[in-house]
Ligand binder design. Structure first.
Ligand SMILES: O=P(O)(O)OC[C@H]1O[C@H](OP(=O)(O)OP(=O)(O)O)[C@H](O)[C@@H]1O
Ligand code: HPA
Ligand SMILES: [Mg+2]
Length: 188
């Protein structure tokens, strides 16, 4: 009974929920290794790859991905939002700019999850104006049933169903990013 209670969480509005495993730790790490191999093979001849992580969700995935890539890799982060409350404004607002220019680089944008695709499509358009040599997308999770705008995903980890998930950097109300697996949120 006590154990069962300890796995119940309460959200900011007072609703109770549990977490239920969707993708195990071993499977997540296997997917990350596969993506790292694909990226390494794709850019081996070019000699290097520049990864751009979108904060905050990508930071755990990025940390594992760079350590599994077997060619020289550089990293930068940016934070963007296209939302004001729950409504898309139709424009990306940069919350944190890249530290270095991407002109002439082989850039891969690293996302934890692609859902509607709205934020990423705007971000791609913005980064394209900075003339990288190449601009591709890598995501760990693809919630394709929710897509509102098409996204060409070069390095795609795994397609997931339309369920709200957390873990491995991904939050619900800023919580559960520390989980080393992907769980679904189940309201009680
Ligand atoms: O495809 P979309 O509908 O645009 O949604 C996907 C984005 O939403 C989440 O980030 P969020 O904006 O919640 O911020 P976070 O990364 O800081 O958690 C997630 O990390 C993706 O970046
Ligand atoms: O399933 C999700 N969980 C957390 N954040 C998200 N952002 C888009 N989809 C999700
Ligand atoms: Mg994010």
């Amino acid at each position: 009974m006590e154990k069962e209670d300890s796995s119940v969480f309460i959200n900011d509005e007072g609703a109770r929920y549990r977490l239920e495993e969707m993708i195990s730790n071993e499977k997540v790490h296997g997917i990350v290794r596969g993506l790292a191999d694909d990226i390494s093979n794709r850019y081996r001849e070019a000699g290097s790859v520049h990864l751009v992580g979108l904060l905050k969700g990508s930071f755990v995935f990025m940390a594992d991905l760079i350590r599994a890539i077997s060619i020289p890799v550089t990293v930068d982060f940016m934070a963007v939002t296209s939302y004001l409350g729950t409504e898309s404004t139709g424009e990306v607002k940069i919350l944190k700019e890249l530290n270095e220019p991407i002109h002439g680089l082989n850039v891969v944008i690293v996302e934890d999850i692609i859902d509607t695709g709205l934020t990423l499509s705007k971000t791609l358009a913005l980064l394209e104006t900075r003339a990288p040599a190449d601009l591709k997308v890598c995501t760990l999770l693809d919630k394709i049933d929710r897509r509102k705008t098409p996204i060409d995903i070069e390095f795609n980890g795994i397609v997931i169903p339309d369920e709200f998930i957390v873990g491995y950097g991904i939050d619900y109300q800023q919580r559960h990013r520390e989980l080393d697996r992907i769980d679904r949120v189940k309201f009680l």
